[in-house]
Design a protein around this ligand. Structure first.
Ligand code: NOJ
Length: 572
């Protein structure tokens, strides 16, 4: 049994989406040998841990977030020997390994679910949430079978699927191919703890828990009376009544027996629960992802419904958790993942005009904050959203579910397509752009599972590293500075000008040392007045993305579009 350490507090996590990272055998799909060939690249960036989106056996109806065997590696990715080698190769480079734990649901092809459906007496029936439908009489008196509740799936449509040939339904908060597990059943909880131990025994160092705060549902199941067309039922399944208990049990039976790091991907958590999940005294999770700032350019987190970027919303999402949790828990800092569009192509940024500026601005204002940075593959070279020709180019089932729902709601096809292109997860899933050769060096020419972003001849790792405006090297600097400064790792965050609509500014202080982070999050020039508790002649520029010199630094100064600065205080 390993004593619990806090390695994650100084870690930098790089997220790999295995299907799109590097294809070593030219079959169009990324794989483990491909990942291994790029581990030096990840380490040299300054990452100290890698989170792998699901590598497990899966029919890929949701590209791995539908697991059919929790203890097997998907054959397209390699073998269990390849996986063991991956862990060894990561560890040899000082990289910790974080696996995805998708525990809210399995694949409908999982042996448990198949047994549950094929045998009414199977003990596996109680692994899932299966209920009889309800009879509804219409005005003419004829009867119709309707689902047990009116809950909606996150991917739109009813959260219930009828079991063929019966009057029963199973619950799926995501796709019908992803039946929800019944965490009320102690046998399910035992299985999950056992799965965690299986991977921990293979040397895994941590887990990212997929939509963890949906595990506990409120019983008896009932209709949600909210009037929204979407998100019906959330009050009964987000942060449910037994959430804390379930997490404690996983800790007791698996996580706390090893030196493990955990990050919970949360589904719009309630503040009080969120704090409890990560509170050092509760020990439930080390961190969560709180995606507040990711809702600053869409309507309430609904990623397909655009609205003008609000810096105020972004600041609240990025900075509030730092103010709220400091000293009692730990935080994460995220700009992208496999579910979001690319950060240089959103937040109101024109990625044609300001790609370099934004790609260097964003890590400064984000990763000098308090928390563990997460970097998504390709973000470090400023990969942009793709230009897809039509819906046919999109592989993510969610893009299609939502598109179909929109057209059913009589939204004209062109408008629906435009909204899908605005928020599609597919933008993050085009293959990694390594060089300017065919398929960007992702493989040797076989059509990749998801089409390339056509801009790969210009935007790729090789071109970036050869440029004197390398984004990758800028990230290296950011991470290097962060690693070497306790104030940037542990310091308290104090925000300035929270109501300013162009400028983001905050300080970090610890052990008598202070830093000031300043950025102009807009495409126009912005005035910045040095906060009163800093003396200009005690400040030096530690990092600038647009080559500002100290001679150009004044009490009141104009910041260029997407200019970001890290000031270091040197007290006289
Ligand atoms: C969150 C994952 O990040 C996403 O990709 C997936 O579709 C859902 N959870 C369901 O597992």
């Amino acid at each position: 049994m390993a004593a619990k350490t806090n390695w994650y507090k100084e870690a930098v996590v790089y997220q790999v989406y295995p299907l799109s990272f590097k294809d070593s055998n030219n079959d169009g799909m990324g794989d483990i040998p491909g990942i291994i060939s790029k581990l030096d690249y990840i380490r040299d960036l300054g990452a100290t841990a890698v989170w792998f989106s699901p590598l497990y056996a899966s029919p890929w109806k949701d590209y791995g977030y539908d697991i059919s065997d929790y203890r097997a590696i998907h054959p397209a990715f390699g073998t269990m020997e390849d996986f063991d080698r991956l862990v060894a190769e990561c560890h040899a480079r000082g990289l910790r390994v974080i696996m995805d734990a998708v525990f809210n649901h399995t694949s409908s092809r999982h042996a448990w679910f198949r047994a549950a459906l094929s045998d009414p007496d199977s003990p596996y029936r109680d692994y899932y949430i299966i209920r009889k439908g309800r009879i509804r009489k219409d005005k003419k008196g004829s009867e119709e079978l309707i689902p047990p509740t009116n809950w909606t799936s996150s991917f739109t449509g009813s959260a219930w699927e009828r079991i063929l040939g019966t009057d029963e339904y199973y619950l799926h908060l995501f796709a019908p191919d992803q039946p929800d597990l019944n965490w009320e059943n102690p046998a399910v909880r035992e299985e999950m703890a056992d799965i965690l131990r299986f991977w921990l025994d293979r040397g895994v160092d941590g887990f990212r828990f997929d939509v963890f705060n949906l595990l506990s549902k409120e019983y008896p199941l009932r209709d949600d009376r909210n009037r929204l067309h979407f998100q019906k039922g959330t009050q009964y399944f987000v942060d449910g009544p037994r959430m804390h208990e379930f997490l404690n049990e996983l800790n007791e039976k698996a996580l706390s027996l090893y030196d493990t790091y955990t990050v919970g991907e949360s589904y719009t958590p309630d503040e009080v629960h969120a704090h409890r999940y990560i509170h050092e005294e509760s020990g439930e999770l080390d961190t969560i992802f709180d995606f507040g700032h990711m809702t600053s350019d869409n309507v309430g987190g609904m990623k397909f419904i655009p609205r003008p970027f609000s810096l105020i919303k972004f600041k609240r999402g990025l900075i509030d958790p730092q103010l709220r949790y400091h000293g009692t828990g730990w935080n994460t800092l995220v700009l992208e993942n496999h579910d979001c569009v690319r950060c240089v192509s959103r937040f109101g940024i024109n990625d044609k005009k300001y790609r370099y500026e934004a790609a260097t601005f964003l890590p400064v204002i984000t990763y000098f904050g308090w928390g563990t940075p997460f970097i998504y593959q390709g973000q470090e070279i400023g990969m942009t959203n793709a230009k897809f020709r039509s819906m046919r180019d999109l592989k993510d089932p969610v893009s299609h579910f939502v598109y179909d729902t929109m057209t059913e709601m009589h939204i004209p096809a062109r408008a629906a397509e435009k909204m899908i292109m605005f928020g599609a997860r597919d933008h993050a899933r085009t293959p990694m752009q390594w060089d300017g050769s065919a398929n960007a060096g992702f493989n040797e020419g076989t059509a990749p599972w998801q089409c390339m972003n056509p801009n790969y001849r210009k935007i790729n790792v090789e071109a970036d590293l050869a440029s004197d405006k390398s984004i990758y090297r800028f990230y290296q600097k950011v991470l290097e500075i962060r690693r070497s400064e306790p104030a940037l790792l542990y310091g308290r965050t104090i925000e300035y000008y929270p109501d300013d609509r162009q400028v983001i500014a905050y300080s970090r202080d610890y052990g008598g040392k202070r830093f000031l982070i300043v950025g102009n999050f807009s495409a126009s020039r912005a005035d910045f007045i040095m906060p009163g508790d800093f003396e200009l002649d005690e400040l030096s520029i530690r990092l600038t993305n647009l080559d500002r010199t100290e001679a150009e630094t004044e009490e009141i100064m104009q910041l260029k579009p997407y200019e970001a600065l890290l000031f270091e205080e040197n007290k006289k």
